[in-house]
Ligand binder design. Structure first.
Ligand code: DC
Length: 229
């Protein structure tokens, strides 16, 4: 991994799931040639690793122990980042709904969030880092030069997820997906630790009727205005 540098510039992109953060951050990281922090992947990996060890997900100190000692590697490849947990390629597995639910449970534990804090900050390296998550601008990188809160309506996010799943040949119910998104938003926004909310100095972008290109261009405008390129 690149050398940690507290002077490296930071762009944070927070927001609910399905708003397009992952795609936008991956494109921007590639375009700018900056580091990419997918913080959700760390929560997903923690959930998966804890489950594999047979831990109860409300056993806060045990799960935090797993988070603190994760044996994980992120390997960049031409088609995206490969995630290797204890030598095992879990790239596809961590994206399943099942692991998403494990992630959401462990993300509500404050000891787990504390255990993952430094690991996330270690992604700050030159020429810069784009951090994708829920509390990047509020907790992990409060000093970030550019902060974006990317959102979209629950219906639109449900449609996007429905399209992704059906294109992969999975059965899906649109109303159930929208309901699930609303329930997850509710949990993420109302939890006691690091609730999902825009930083006071974040620019809110509603991607409901925007293309990925339009969102990327809007973020790049902010990056240019901040003098980061
Ligand atoms: O972005 P995602 O769907 O991969 O995130 C998985 C879960 O982790 C989701 O329930 C939100 C949570 N999460 C979090 O609490 N804080 C972050 N910085 C990133 C994700």
């Amino acid at each position: 991994m690149a050398v940690v540098n507290p002077d490296a510039p930071v762009i944070t992109v927070d927001g609910p799931s399905g708003a397009g953060k992952g795609t936008v951050c991956a494109r921007l990281a590639q375009e700018l040639n900056w580091q990419l922090l997918d913080s959700g992947a760390l929560y997903r990996i923690t959930g998966l690793a804890s489950d594999r060890k047979g831990l109860a997900l409300d056993d806060e100190s045990a799960v935090a122990g797993v988070a603190a000692n994760l044996d994980v590697r992120f390997e960049p490849t031409p088609i995206g980042v490969k995630v290797i947990l204890e030598g095992d390629d879990v790239t596809d597995q961590i994206r399943t709904e099942e692991v998403g639910s494990l992630a959401s449970q462990v993300a509500a534990l404050s000891e787990v969030r504390a255990a993952l804090l430094q690991r996330q900050r270690d992604f700050q390296a030159l020429p810069g880092v784009i951090a994708d998550g829920r509390d990047m601008g509020t907790v992990v990188f409060p000093q970030a030069q550019v902060k974006v809160f990317l959102t979209a309506s629950a219906e639109e996010r449900g449609q996007r997820r429905y399209k992704q799943l059906t294109e992969k040949g999975f059965d899906a119910s649109l109303p159930a997906l929208i309901e699930d998104i609303r329930a997850r938003d509710e949990r993420d926004s109302n939890r006691a630790v690091a609730p999902l909310k825009p930083a006071d100095d974040a620019t809110v972008i509603d991607s409901t009727s925007m293309s990925i290109e339009e969102v990327c261009n809007q973020v790049l405008d902010l990056v240019n205005k901040a003098g980061l390129t």
